[in-house]
Design a protein around this ligand. Sequence first.
Ligand code: FES
Length: 154
Amino acid sequence: MDVTTILKKYPKRRDSVIEILHEIQNHDPQNYLSEESLKKVATHINLPLAQIYGIVGYYSMLSLNPRKKFVIQVCKSPICGMLGSQSIYDAVKVKISARPDSANLFTIEKVECLGQCNQSPCMMINKEIYGNLTPQKIESIIEEIVISEQNAQK
Ligand code: FES
């Protein structure tokens, strides 16, 4: 669905902005918000473009950069940090680089608190939370996604 079609679904109200941005990003093949899309949103709800950029910058779920199909967001906030989020991030990078066939599937990001501190350290892949992580668990989580994608392409 293109941006114009998405915008037609929403009233020209500012309180719809988050929903609109999420939907546009979810329909973008590169999983991000382009400047062109943001301009259309700004016009639709009559909000200055700079404010739209501010909103996108505030929410870690929204991105101004093209991303791959699976966005791995590793929490870097204090509780996860104290419980080893850097080792989780490193394990993700190692696992992905060990599977060259998976390089085009994943974007890895460090983000602020995912609101799941009781499961620290944790990460989110697209909308799914993975908690109480260890570097060993990363191996099977990534492997499962890669195999599932390979099977889907057969
Ligand atoms: S500090 Fe990581 S989820 Fe809250």
